[in-house]
Structures are given as C-alpha cells and as structure tokens.
Design a protein around this ligand. Structure first.
Ligand code: FES
Length: 479
C-alpha cells in the first residue's frame, strides 16, 4: 500500500479543505483507513495535480491569500537552523530505511542460495523459480514515484505537523513561527499569557518529536519539567512532527483581561460611513482573545467598546469597523484625527459571542449593518479551523452601500467550496429568517450566530423561534 496521510496533511497537499475531503470519504469516493488516506487514492482523485506547477501547496497558499488577503508568503521559509535540522532528521530517516532495505536484500540473497542448495528436494525448484520471477518483476519495474509522496517529503522540510493532546486538534507549524504563533494561526485557542517567555502559561509537554528554542525566555523550567519534556510554546519551534500535551481555552471566561498599547497600522475608508481601524500590538505583547469578542479602545480622552473584526489567527493585527456618528466622540476621532502610528490603548477582551467549541454542526452567520464586524472574526476563525461542512453568511443592510466588505465575502466564496453568502438590502429580520428557512429546510441542524442592532436581533430570534429553531443553538450579540 502507498504512503498513508492524515486528513489535514492530505488536504494541504491537494489544496482542498479538510471538509471537502471528509465529504469525499463519506460519499465513498475516497477510501480511508483509521482516518488516514493513501497517497495513491488521493492522486487518483486529483489526477491533474502536478508537482512542478500549480501544486497543492501553491493552491493552499493562493486560497489563503485570496481568502484572508494576508502576507502569507513573507514568513513561509523556516530559519536556516530549523531547515538544516529538518533535513538532518529526514536524512537520518532515509539512512535508516536504506539500512533496513539492505538487511532485507541480504536476507533474500541468503534465502535464494539456501533454496539453490536444496533444489534436489521436492518442491524446491518450483520455489526457487517463483522467487526468481518475483524478484525480476519487483526489481525490473521502473515505477514512477508517487507525486504526492514526493511533495509530502518536501513539505515536511518546510513545515511540521503538530497534534495536540488531549483534544487531538492538529496544525502545521511553518516559517519562523513559534508553536504558539502556529497554533493561533490555525484558529486554536491554546493557553498563553505574555507570549514572550515570562509567565510560563504556555507551558506544554512534548510527547514525541523535537523542538528548538528560537527565542530567549526568562521563565525557568525546572529540571524535573525539562526531563518530562515540558517546553514553552511561545519560545520554541517544531523541528519534526510533534505530539504535544497542551491546555486549550474552553470558554471566553477563561481569558483574563489585559491592557495593551497598540499602534494604528492603517485607518482607511471601507465605505462612505465606515472606517477600518487596523491596530497592531507590540511584537512581545499580543492580545489574547477569542474571535467574536470585543475590546475597549481609548484614544486620548475618547473611548469606545467595539467588536474585534479579525481573529487571533491574524497574528498581532486587530481590526475594528468604526461607523460614522457625529454624537460619538471616538468615531469622530477616527474619522477626523487619528493617523497611522498613533497609539491606542486596548483593554479587554469582553463578551461571549464566540464559536461553540467543537460543535459538529454547519453554521449560519447573520449580520445586520456593522454587525458584520464580529461575524467577520467568527468567519475567519471558522475558516482557519476548517471543520464546518458549510458556512453561510447572510448580511442585511438598509442600503446596498451598507455591505462595505462584499468583495471580501466574494473572495471567500470564490476560494472555498464550503462558504456561501447572501446580501439583502432593505427588509427586516423576519425576511432574512424566511430566506434562511427557504435556503435550508433543515434549519435546526445548524448553529446560528446573530450580530446587529438590538431590534434586529430580537426580531430575528423571534422569527427563528417561530420556525422551531432550538434556542440552545443560537448565539447573539448586539452591536
Ligand atoms: S506565554 Fe508567557 S511564557 Fe509563553
């Protein structure tokens, strides 16, 4: 049998989402063995995949770029040291395999000469002929290497696959990313505090594989901890594939409040009446939050509590959508005064408008007007996690111009098979719910996330209840 691959590794190789492969397994198109798939079966399903041009890895990068518009390439290459260690690991593995093969070869030769010595015995001549025939067939076959296996070997040099215990969540660590950065980019809420080696909250136990310290840290691990394999996720990178025992955040209530002074990276118009306030936290002090939560921003004497419109998977970047409002001093500052580089104090996070951990259900997001901001954070988080079979976003606005990031929705839909969006201008919450019920006859099979003005949320929740939608599957926030 050809090489077996985990689903996330296979998805990465062919440039598909994990969800897309899961659907193919369920439909019987792709056989699976204990949750793994074979490289040969994958190649049969994706025959046009070429290693040299437009390979799966490239496709994944393009999807990420289109979907998130991030600078995904700039930090893709591991440091020289990590790269050479990974090459060393693979060379060692190759040498082991060679030694193994040589032992089998010697065994086969010894077996062949034994058979020759006893050819006069009944049945031995036939056995010798069988062995010769099989050897000629195996050694004579010039089989082309499986393109996916070759690509997988290459990717193992570029990145490492990490499995967290006990959750069994998986992610890839690539580029110069520490394990903490890589886990956050994959949408995982691992435990951490300072993110710079001081607090010890990111301590985790490496069960198998090798890590390397890539940042100095003041926190001191005891000798006993070191001998048990404990490491700091914020200061170490993966040298090989890893299994790590790590604590993950269960709910919004687990996250402590923090105060951080961030700088404005960009303050730009998203539409006539909405601006994107893009903040960046200091390199050694990122804000710990869950996608969908809010933060209090202070600029000079003005203050506002706003939903975070990005997800922790977006590195140190925090996005906020600020709506023009002459009566709101903070909004006036953003529209008229604040410039790139200005400091903003961020305090938070607040709220529990977050994705249900490990829910297996598909998701419907409903945003009204700038309720799109927290929903955008949730969508990005769900895309990073790549677990939901379907994500359908409904965006309601009084006027078409209210869909101020419709291009982003289009990019998500273009790049991902499991993402759909519907924009509605005018109408009310009841019209949106009626549309949802028409689109999805099995409405009760979904989780629903609602964000928007209070009246809209109340109307939508009431209309959903009238459709028999279970209240326990509804999460809402007013914006
Ligand atoms: S997060 Fe504080 S030491 Fe890693």
């Amino acid at each position: 049998m050809s090489q077996l691959l985990t689903l996330s590794r296979a998805a990465r190789l062919v440039g598909a989402s994990r969800v897309a492969l899961q659907l193919k397994i369920r439909s019987g198109e792709l056989p699976s063995f204990d949750g793994m798939v074979s490289a040969d079966d994958l190649l049969r399903l994706y025959p046009n995949l070429k290693l040299e041009e437009d390979g799966g890895f490239e496709q994944v990068m393009q999807i990420k770029e289109r979907a998130f518009g991030r600078r995904v390439r700039e930090r893709m290459l591991p440091s020289q040291e990590i790269l050479s260690q990974r090459l060393y690991e693979q060379s060692t593995e190759l040498a082991d395999l060679r030694a193994h093969l040589q032992r089998y070869h010697a065994l086969t030769e010894a077996l062949r000469s034994r058979i020759r010595e006893q050819e006069a015995q009944p049945g031995m001549a036939a056995l010798g002929a069988f062995l010769d025939g099989q050897l000629a067939e195996i050694l004579g076959a010039a089989e082309a290497p499986n393109a996916l296996s070759v690509m997988d070997d290459m990717l193992r040099v570029m990145s490492a696959h990490v499995t967290l215990h006990p959750s069994r969540h998986e992610f890839f660590a690539e580029g110069a990313d520490t394990l903490l950065e890589a886990a956050l980019k994959a949408g995982l809420a691992v435990n951490y505090g300072c993110s710079n080696g001081n607090c010890g909250l990111c301590k985790a136990r490496v069960v198998s594989g090798q890590v390397k310290k890539v940042r100095p840290h003041d926190y001191v691990l005891s000798e006993a901890e070191k001998s048990q394999g404990y490491t700091l996720l914020c200061c170490h990178a993966a040298v090989s594939d890893l299994v790590v025992e790590a604590l993950e955040t269960g709910s919004a209530g687990d996250i402590p409040q923090q105060q951080i002074v961030a700088r404005i990276k960009a303050n730009e118009a998203l539409g006539e009446d909405v601006r994107l306030l893009h903040l960046q936290t200091p390199r050694n002090n990122r804000l710990r939050f869950l996608a969908g939560q809010s933060a209090t921003l202070t600029a000079g004497e003005t203050q506002a509590q706003l939903p975070i419109a990005s997800c922790p998977c977006d590195d140190r970047n925090l996005h906020f959508h600020v709506v023009r409002d002459p009566k709101d001093d903070f909004a006036r500052q953003v529209f008229e005064v604040l410039r790139t580089g200005d400091p903003i104090t961020v305090f938070g996070p607040w709220g529990d408008f977050v994705l249900r951990a490990d829910s297996p259900r598909p998701i419907l997001f409903v945003a009204s007007e700038a309720g799109f901001a927290p929903v955008k954070g949730l969508v990005e988080h769900a895309l990073s996690l790549d677990r939901a079979e379907l994500l359908h976003l409904y965006w309601h606005a009084a006027r078409p111009a209210g869909h101020y990031l419709v291009n982003l929705c289009r990019a998500w839909a273009d790049a991902l098979d499991n993402f759909r969006y519907t924009t509605m201008a005018g109408g009310g919450a009841e019209d949106i719910v009626a549309r949802m019920a028409r689109d999805h006859a099995d409405l009760a099979a979904f989780d629903v996330y609602l964000a928007g003005p209070e009246a809209f949320i109340e109307g939508a929740a009431k209309a959903l209840a009238q459709q028999g939608f279970p209240a326990a599957q509804l999460t809402a926030v007013t914006t």
